[in-house]
Write a protein that binds this ligand. Sequence first.
Ligand code: MG
Ligand code: MG
Length: 259
Amino acid sequence: MNWRRGVVLKSPEEIEIMRQAGRINALALQAVRQAIRPGVTTLELDAIAEQVIRDHGGVPAFKGYPGPYPYPATLTISINEALVHGIPDGRELRPGDIVSVDCGTVYQGFVGDSAFTVGVGEISPEAQRLIEVTEKALYIGIEQMVAGKRLGDVSAAIQRYVEKHGYHVPREYTGHGVGRQMHEAPQVPNYGRAGTGMVIQPGLTVALEPMVLVGTHRTRVLSDQWTVVSYDGSLTAHFEHTVAVTADGPLILTKADEK
Ligand code: MG
Ligand code: MG
């Protein structure tokens, strides 16, 4: 990822296009969420997302994304100890799994990027708690996305909340600016110090994405060169929204409803 490019603030008109991209992305994720059940394969879920995106005039943002080799799918689907970047395949979901689904959509040249984690059938109380803490950490971060605050305030709020619950945030994978590129400046880690970093301004658009691990903050990459798992095999979860800073406060762009 190249963070050297400067931060590109967006006009209200550009933010409106990003909201449309984000809405299509949300509809794709909604369809995937409804299809998640024991026995469905991750490749079947991938096809559902791609169909929804294309039906609405969008293009999957992940497909072909540069990496060790071009990313081959519309979604990343990361199960249990897999944190991010799991590649859809013929694996069937099983009761008790927790599944993190991440999706990106390009629409009229702008990207929406969002992710959620959900249980398959009945899951353990520990898995349920992990999911709830991770989702809440996202909203705690979003609350800090206010003009005049600093990016370190966002990072610190997420880290504090996650660690208060005895969980961990990875160091190698972070939130990021988003716009015409899926990954733009600024980088937004899930750890940091309040009062440091860039001053948040209207027009800033960021994908905030708390990633949370039960055991330790350490991760490793599987031999497919994409899938990131917890180093100790412990459970993980991931939630993400694309958020714009406006004069009226933070605006979540990756929602399925019209406004
Ligand atoms: Mg994402
Ligand atoms: Mg992202």
